[in-house]
Design a protein around this ligand. Structure first.
Ligand code: MLT
Length: 269
């Protein structure tokens, strides 16, 4: 996969297929491989662009605090570097959704549509911010093993954990490979992200909201409320899936995305 220079760093980027651009933005503390089923499905009809964000996967790391705005700026520079001039469908999961909120505010003309998976519009409360700092401090001290061990219970539904052990262990392997400085910088960046709830009513692009019905991190009822605040948004709940719905039930998520993209491209394309 090519590494693309974005100002001060290089990002590792999957860029496959031809057609309307579909930009896939991964969650924390993962990399672009969480989208493998969507890449396989959509590269026949779309130009699928799936970067490892700054600090993750094979991309360069910037220590400190990397805000969601900074990640969104990286995405805009990445699209420039890849000469993507037409508006993109931005599909973000969880932290990828937090980044999408910033992209909407800074680059709304570059968006054709939005797909928000397992994410939320609210900011962290004080307890949440403290937990982020504990995670950042601990990962810098002892590495990501404690996250690889503890996160699957929150990331995946009970069904996935008991029936799809390979998906869980592959995700743990990604977390183990992620550099502590990248994890800490993103955790600190998420802690300072703003509440964007008041922006939802102003979203003008077609939007699809997808949630795993058993999502323990960004629960389905909160996402349904969020979807109801976005004008015309579609809401799809994936039975049997948790926070990592695109990995846990790729067929259902791909079908929801495909139906949305087809109707969106027919109306707006
Ligand atoms: C993610 O999946 O990106 C994280 O769960 C986001 C978060 O920790 O808020």
């Amino acid at each position: 996969m090519p590494r693309i220079r974005i100002n001060d760093i290089e990002l590792n980027v999957l860029d496959e297929g031809q057609g309307p651009p579909l930009l896939l933005v991964h969650g924390f503390p993962l990399d672009h491989t969480m989208w493998r089923a969507q890449v396989d499905h959509f590269r026949g009809t779309h130009r699928v662009i799936a970067p490892d964000l700054r600090g993750f996967g094979q991309s360069d790391v910037t220590p400190g605090t990397i805000t969601m705005q900074r990640h969104a700026e990286d995405l805009a520079h990445l699209l420039d570097a890849l000469r993507v001039k037409e508006p993109v469908c931005l599909c973000g999961l969880s932290m990828g959704g937090y980044i999408a909120w910033q992209f909407i505010q800074m680059h709304h003309r570059r968006l054709s549509s939005l797909i928000l998976c397992d994410t939320k519009a609210g900011a962290d409360d004080e307890a949440g911010k403290k937990t982020r700092e504990l995670v950042a401090t601990r990962v810098l001290k002892e590495g990501p093993e404690f996250l690889a061990a503890s996160m699957p219970e929150k990331l995946f539904s009970q069904t996935t954990r008991s029936e799809r052990a390979a998906v869980v262990s592959e995700t743990q392997a990604v977390i183990r490979r992620t550099k502590p400085e990248g994890i800490a910088a993103a955790a600190r960046g998420m802690a300072v992200r703003p509440d964007v709830t008041s922006l939802l009513a102003a979203i003008e692009v077609p939007t699809l909201v997808i949630v795993g019905a058993e999502d323990a991190i960004t629960p389905a009822d909160g996402m349904q409320t969020m979807a109801a605040a976005i004008p015309g948004a579609r809401f799809v709940s994936i039975t049997g899936a948790g926070h990592m719905a695109p990995l846990e039930d790729p067929a259902a998520v791909n079908a929801a995305m495909e139906g949305f993209l087809r109707s969106d491209e027919r109306v707006y394309g």
